[in-house]
Design a protein around this ligand. Sequence first.
Ligand code: GTP
Ligand code: SPV
Ligand code: MN
Length: 638
Amino acid sequence: MTEECRSLKPLENDAYQVVTEVVTHKINHIPIYKGDFASLSPKVQRFIAEKAELMNPSGIYICDGSQKEFDTIVDKLVERGVLTPLKAYENCYLCRTDPRDVARVESKTWMVTKDKYDSVCHTPEGVRPIMGQWMSEEQFGKELDNRFPGCMAGRPMYVVPFSMGPIGGPLSKIGIELTDSSYVVLCMKIMTRMGAKVLEALGDQDFVRCIHSVGLPRPVRQKVINHWPCNPEKVMIAHRPKEREIWSFGSGYGGNSLLGKKCFALRIACNIGYDEGWLAEHMLIMGITNPEGKERFVAAAFPSACGKTNLAMLTPTVPGWKIRVVGDDIAWMKFGEDGRLYAINPEAGFFGVAPGTSHKTNAMAMETFQKNSIFTNVAETADGEYFWEGLEKELRQQKGWSEEQLHNLEITNWLGDRWHVGDEGKAAHPNSRFTCPASQCPIIHPDWEAPQGVPIDAIIFGGRRPEGVPLVFESFSWQHGILVGALVKSEATAAAEHVGKQVMHDPMAMRPFMGYNYGRYLQHWLDLGKAPHKAPKIFHVNWFRETSDHKFLWPGFGDNIRNDIAVETAIGYVPKRGSINLEGLPRLDWNELMSIPKSYWEEDIDESKHFLESQVGSDLPSEIQQELDNLEKRIHAL
Ligand code: GTP
Ligand code: SPV
Ligand code: MN
């Protein structure tokens, strides 16, 4: 290598010197394995060179996003045992992670801002904020120094340019993820629009900087489990919203490592949305066509593992209705010139909870992942099929097996151990997931990639509420609807590290994904819904109400289509008896499904007030305080 190359320094104009042939193949002492560094914009070059210098990878691999590239990486991972082909399907693979790296780690997720209150609310002394954790810039500097220098030693650094939303669309945004995980590259190819086309569209513009490392430089001192390098003790998912930058260390799983998803499309994007006048939300988007052929679009926010993917792809049990999916997890929404709210799905794939998914509960998801998909932490049958809890019955039917034959089926569970139906423990991890291209969904909406989005008529909030909360109610107004969203609570699920069935607050289904001061976020919602904007209606649903012996009161899934309006109650409009089509359902306890028990709601309002006082404090917008006072009065008058 020439001396001139080794001493390469940023030039005044922000560009790296890329004139000699040597330099196009190496940055400082680091070789370029693939891609044309010289053709990148100065900003992109600088980003790559600086971070390569910091993390010291063995080489740099600039992804072009082609199928050939995907196949090459897959082949290598199969050879190494990281992926196992699922022979029963076309181009589908199983991946088992280190069992310590199986879900998002909310407790290790931080927002880094100079002013603490840009990230969190003014909570009373001694109260730990649950909507976002703040870290000071000084502390972040220390944490970074303690993790990232040299962290990619012995591993290639992949450069993954990606677009959230259709490339070049008016609501779309571009990011570049640097990662030392080839599994992440494969998933990013499925979950985003990725590769050379994105760099073309980017030109000289800025982008969201995403830095991800599994945090285990070579030579590795610890034992690597399942060929899945990670560093659970040192996990850190840090965001610098002002700088539009994400630093993720130590985990290769889902939202921790596919940085386009929760980190960018929610935590960073809600900051961009605050600055630019739009919303980034944890919501599915679906089109519902009634028997007369009229289609309306709905966006729905449920906490993690509470049914977004299932609802978005629902197969209606009531004849004449049609559902088509636009997105299953995230919505970016902006009011248009005509005053209506428009939404895009920034993602290109589904990263869905596997257990519980079957032809009975979500046939459309099943159809979507028959090819070109990656399954993480599911089980595998001796026939090279995926397996998880909830597939027992249909597998038996499909094969024409007796119960005994099913129990004899050889299964390898998510931990790689031999397992049979009926054995102790689980076949698949409860947060095991499928990653599949949305374009393969049979009911993907023809406008799902419309750059300007689809018009939203209604917003739905919901959660897992075993008691007290009726199947459905409509809010009295936009402001009241925002209060309803702010008071969303749900039972904890396996999507993050919380244990047990505790009912937790998850305002707007955004608790783990809030990117800035939650009081300002509520104010932003209030402001956007004002004239001349035409605010959509807001509803709350609960498919998860239980009887006293813990059975679901509502069949759910395909039956979630049944809805009509309405009598006025303390908490909102609820459907009249007879207004919901119940044809073909087993006997339902309508009164219990729709009741609003006074004692439950009296307790609930006290708890809600306490929650908003302690967690939002003086940042609570006065309009929301007013709505809260009104709600309290109505409940006491019940
Ligand atoms: P994230 O991807 O984590 O954001 O989850 P999600 O909100 O998309 O949840 P998903 O649709 O994947 O559902 C999670 C679990 O809830 C699965 O095991 C489903 O089978 C189950 N589930 C979904 N919808 C219903 C329903 O209407 N009733 C009942 N009882 N269970 C449901
Ligand atoms: C969620 O937890 O809401 C998910 C899965 O959608 S993850 O991408 O891991 O955050
Ligand atoms: Mn989600």
